[in-house]
Design a protein around this ligand. Structure first.
Ligand code: TRP
Ligand code: SF4
Length: 360
């Protein structure tokens, strides 16, 4: 596979990462991965497993990080990320991430990190972990380094994230602007043909300011009606076999107003209805509305249709998964090749950064 085939020098780039949380579920898929699979056809894409980020919360017991990293990568490939089309890598394999983080930490005001909304939230939400660590405060700046390494001056870098990560990309933009302001030489107006330009337009760009590509996320409840989440144990894995999917969906909570089989229900107030909206065909969805609101169908039948739709969605993924699982070592090879390629792009950025900061 050649680098030119992958268009690593393409000016329209996408970069995103995911923490290694183990096998992915439908919520992870609809929240990010599904979108990534589409983006790989339109941009030069870089996707990485954020294993260093995992340590910011799991530093005391990192024993699961390696297997989770492998499982996440396998799920990505199964879902249709194509290593011939995008660069898939592991954060810790590309040492420039550590390096840029350190250098950016020299010029990032502490107050910028302290005011990131996720910082105090997380410390409160994860009471069982002591997060009063240097690395945890610096987490968003590590993320800024992750992003800025893959920008190209004069190009465009898009970061697909959910709403919860927008503040981190905003911080990244501020860091890039501050960096350019401090270290990039001012351009000479005359060199651009002598046209009138204000001072701001003359600011050269060393680090490209990234843009948020907000991922539209449908409401995706788990089997207990709460948001599908690993910690609630209410999830369906991308790798769950058909029998497991049916078993998990059967007791799923429904419209609480529909107590007896003869009571009409409302799919808009039912978590099963929410999943139908994401996975079922328009025809099935119409049948659900008609049957539910007239008590023409029972909830067990309705959940059976949902299981059919989920099984159909996951079938091609599980086929690809079987192929990868039949070739031991292949996932590791793909990650090694991707990390090598990512390293070349990251190194080009670092050469500029080192020189700008007096380390040439
Ligand atoms: N912080 C992100 C999350 O928890 C993961 C992540 C790390 C990331 N580095 C990134 C996402 C860079 C986008 C770009 O989901
Ligand atoms: Fe929910 Fe379907 Fe039962 Fe209606 S029929 S309440 S949509 S499970």
């Amino acid at each position: 596979m050649s680098d030119s085939a992958l268009q690593v020098n393409n000016d329209r780039r996408v970069l995103s990462g995911m923490r290694p949380t183990g096998k992915l579920h439908l919520g992870n898929y609809m929240g990010a991965l599904h979108n990534w699979v589409r983006l790989q056809h339109a941009y030069a894409c870089f996707f990485f497993v954020a294993d260093v980020h995992a340590l910011t919360t799991d530093y005391a017991d990192p024993s699961k990080v390696p297997s989770y990293t492998h499982e996440v990568a396998l799920d990505w490939l199964s879902a249709g990320l194509d290593p011939e089309r995008c660069t898939i890598f592991v954060q810790s394999h590309v040492k420039q991430h550590y390096e840029l983080h350190t250098l950016l930490s020299m010029m990032t005001p502490l107050s910028w990190l302290e005011r990131v909304p996720t910082y105090k939230d997380q410390i409160e939400n994860l009471q069982e972990k002591d997060l009063a660590m240097y690395g945890f405060l610096g987490y968003p700046l590590l993320q800024s380094a992750d992003i800025l390494l893959y920008g190209v001056p004069g190009g465009s870098l898009h970061v697909p994230v959910g709403a919860d990560q927008v503040a981190h990309v905003e911080l990244t933009r501020e860091v890039a602007r501050r960096f350019n302001h401090m270290y990039a030489p001012k351009a000479d107006g005359k060199a651009r043909g002598g046209t009138e330009q204000n001072a701001e337009n003359l600011q050269r760009e060393l680090l490209n300011e990234p843009q948020v590509l907000l991922t539209p996320t449908p409401k995706l409840p788990g089997t207990d009606g709460r948001k599908m989440s690993k910690s609630y144990g209410n999830f369906i894995l991308l790798s769950d076999p058909e029998a497991e999917i049916r078993k998990k969906l059967k007791p799923m909570v429904t419209d609480p107003a529909r107590v007896r089989r003869t009571d009409p229900g409302n799919p808009d107030r039912c978590p099963v209805g929410d999943l139908h909206k994401v996975f079922s065909t328009a025809q099935t969805l119409a049948d659900v509305y008609a049957g539910c609101t007239t008590a023409g169908i029972g909830c067990i039948e309705c959940k059976g249709w949902l299981a059919d739709a989920v099984v159909r969605e996951l079938a091609p993924m599980q086929e690809r998964r079987a192929k990868y699982e039949a070739q031991p070592g292949l996932v590791r090879e793909i990650l090694a090749a991707g990390s090598h390629r990512a390293g070349l792009v990251a190194e080009a950025t670092m050469q500029q950064v080192r020189a700008a900061m007096g380390l040439a």
